[in-house]
Design a protein around this ligand. Sequence first.
Ligand code: AMP
Ligand code: MG
Length: 521
Amino acid sequence: MLSFDNRLLNELPGDPIQGAQLRQVHGALWSRLDATPVSAPRMLAWSPEMATTLGLTAADMQSDAMLQALSGNGLLPGMQHYATCYGGHQFGNWAGQLGDGRAIFLGETVNAAGERWELQLKGAGPTPYSRRADGRAVLRSSLREFLCSEAMFHLGIPTTRALSLVATGDSVIRDMFYDGHPEREPGAIVCRVAPSFIRFGHFELPASRGDIDLLSRLTEFTMQRDFADMAFPADMPLHERVPIWFGEICRRTALLMAEWMRVGFVHGVMNTDNMSILGLTIDYGPYGWIDNFDPGWTPNTTDASGRRYCFGRQPDIARWNLERLAEALALLLPDPAPLVESLGMFDSTYGQAWSQGLAAKFGLRDWQDDDAALMSEIFELMTRAEVDMTMFFRLLGDMDMQAPKAEALRPAFYREELWQDFHPPLYSWLQRYGERLKRDNLSQEARQTAMHKVNPRFVLRNYLAQQAIDQTTEGDTTMLQQLFSAMRQPYDDLPQHTALYALRPDWARHKAGCSMLSCSS
Ligand code: AMP
Ligand code: MG
């Protein structure tokens, strides 16, 4: 069914102690343990695209052996359960050892095309890194991770993937609002998949402990396994390769940030342990999608006062995180200057990707210097007038620019009084935008088609995910399946899913899970 080649276990040092008892793990990158069985696993959803990529058939996915493996109750031949050790900066502060507290690896599978994919179960029980928590995940957070990973993939944005969503049949106790009222909630497990789950924090932890040997072994391993297409001369020493490789990490991270900003995705917890070395979106927790445009919005209640991880700050935070990674890698170099130079790759890549991305969003052939003013003007208007980001760009794409009408954008307004106040400046902006479009001399159809390819119609708004969670909790997966189907074609019109292309309703503005989310998951 799947063939495994667990290079990380074979090539990097492991913890001599096995099992899930809590401990500080030094000099090793991984620990062996067993997932904790669950009482009544049931497959709620699985991704046909991910299954196909791994070489799995529908029959494989529906088999009992697969269900047992995807719930942590059994192993397929070649699978091994292990968790890895990493640290991280959380909300700006060094947090020491963290590690896979509730992610348990199944191994590295290699498909027919020779692609390597790591598989892990999120919520399959405690590990040495579970600290004070239980190693489990609740249905609401697992469903959100399952849907959003696949939605992100179909949007064309680098991300870890999800193969399956399995209900465990066991309940998990969570204090959702951190207000002293813990409750029982249904548990679930996502099998997530990525070419590599290595994070910035994997490098930071050995660096913080002065463990240069582990740090350099991990660096060599990651370059060889996960960046195999970066060709270095055979005799090039590690300290010369590291800054070049770090420049590539900066480049990928910058591209990812430009993509998040393009679609209005807010990660919510951009700690360095949640930053993928491959520049993938990783660790879907209290994330959100921009409804009314607001650079200051954060979906994470823990972040509400500081807004460290709000929409508009994401590129700066990514750069800050890269600086922490550079500090760790600096231990491998006689002089850190080349790493600082590589950081420039972030700035140049982001600047270029962002302006190109904006040009595409607005249907321009390419970015011209005087476009910046036109765009900042509309973003400011959208913020002040509380205009829905997704709907605005979709409607703008549909607009007949021979005779632009502000009225056509009215459905993207949340508040009638703001529409009244802002439609005159919107109209005058549309006039100038129309003039700018004329310079490009693109046909109406060409512009519309191009805009619809970069401005999604369907994004996983929190209130939609919450409706699927409520229904699934009651045993009805209809909404889950509907959302999953729309999120797999986010740029298409899909008339059968018109109901999913709508402003966040008023009732959802302040309802838990529909706007803000806590980290409790
Ligand atoms: P996060 O910020 O959610 O990515 O998690 C930060 C750290 O807490 C990671 O080391 C996680 O593995 C760990 N963690 C979060 N939730 C749990 C849980 N329910 N059980 C064990 N560890 C957890
Ligand atoms: Mg995490």
